[in-house]
Design a protein around this ligand. Structure first.
Ligand SMILES: [Zn+2]
Length: 318
């Protein structure tokens, strides 16, 4: 029961043949053709043909993951931020060209599903994943099922509001957790700490030396235990813990999984998350406490999850 997973990112397309245990049998990667959805479609078809030609077992289904809103039927992409897709019937188009069952899903959903099936969420029935990259992505598994919402646009956890009238967000609203718990927010906090002097001296020095702070510089200072950089990470964790408390009140997961570049910080990130969670949990003391863990699949989660979602779809519709 091998399936192909394709993860269309802003800069690259990753593809893999994945077995039923979530292991990658073969993989490929090409640059995402910029600005042209016809070229993009050709590149995806080419990758599928090439992966299939090299496979020694039949490919039962193909899963495609991309950033954006995908309908609940896993067929039409309503909107994709990196591609000029608007109400794009990508499943139908791709099936016509490759002759195999295709499902399309949101990339954060695919990554969350991979963690649920084969990674940090594999021992629970209810899981929330927050992906801390440049922005904040999310996925929800409830009762062993991926939660998509009635229209397919659910689980946009990055736009959970944590601060009324807070910082402006790219979504057009204010105060979303994406503005307080993302990699971009971490850099803003690190800059504020650098401006304030005191524990921010090492951050300020690095900023002057390199003409600005980036994720690599702040990450390096966190790793070396610099007080200012660790304080920025603790602020970030505190916001994420508050968001987790609100999510717990609604979804009651057994486990929160944190992925994305910032999650490399591991326990240093989880510790302030747990502390803020306890401080902000409604009816604290009467609510069983979930686990807070780091994602396990990192770079492969998108392709592994997309392939498995496709396999699940075929099994349920056979
Ligand atoms: Zn927002």
């Amino acid at each position: 029961m091998h399936a192909i997973g394709i993860d269309i990112g802003g800069t690259k397309i990753a593809g893999a043949v994945v077995d039923q245990l979530g292991s990658i049998v073969a993989s490929e990667r090409v640059a995402t053709p910029a600005g042209d959805s016809a070229l993009l479609e050709d590149a995806v078809v080419q990758m599928i043909d090439s992966l299939r030609a090299g496979a020694d077992e039949e490919i039962v289904a193909i899963g495609v993951a991309a950033a954006g809103f995908v309908d609940a039927a896993q067929s039409t992409v309503y909107y994709a931020p990196n591609i000029d897709w608007r109400n794009e019937p990508f499943r139908e188009k791709l099936e016509a060209r490759v002759g195999t069952a295709v499902v399309v899903d949101n990339d954060a959903n695919a990554a969350g599903w991979a963690e649920f099936r084969f990674g940090a969420g594999r021992l629970v029935s209810d899981m929330v994943m927050l992906t801390i990259g440049t922005g904040v992505g999310g996925a929800i598994v409830a009762g062993d099922r991926l939660f998509r919402g009635g229209f397919g646009a659910g689980a946009e956890l990055g736009h959970l509001r944590v601060v009324p009238d807070g910082l402006a967000c790219g979504c057009g609203q204010r105060g979303c957790i994406e503005q307080y718990g993302s990699g971009r927010a971490l850099l803003r906090m690190a800059n504020e700490i650098a401006d304030a002097g005191g524990i921010g001296q090492a951050l300020a020095r690095a900023r002057t030396e390199h003409g600005g702070l980036d994720g690599r510089l702040v990450g390096g200072l966190i790793e070396s235990g610099d007080d200012g950089a660790v304080a920025a990470l603790r602020q970030l964790g505190s916001w994420l813990g508050q968001a987790a408390a609100s999510l717990s009140a609604v979804l009651d997961p057994q486990r929160f999984v944190f992925g994305g570049g910032v999650a490399i910080a591991g326990e240093l990130l989880l510790e302030p998350i747990r502390a803020a969670y306890r401080d902000h949990l409604p009816a604290r003391g009467y609510h069983p406490e979930p686990d807070f863990v780091i994602a396990e699949l990192v770079n492969d989660a998108g392709v592994v999850g997309a392939a498995d979602l496709a396999r699940v779809w075929v099994a349920e519709h056979a």
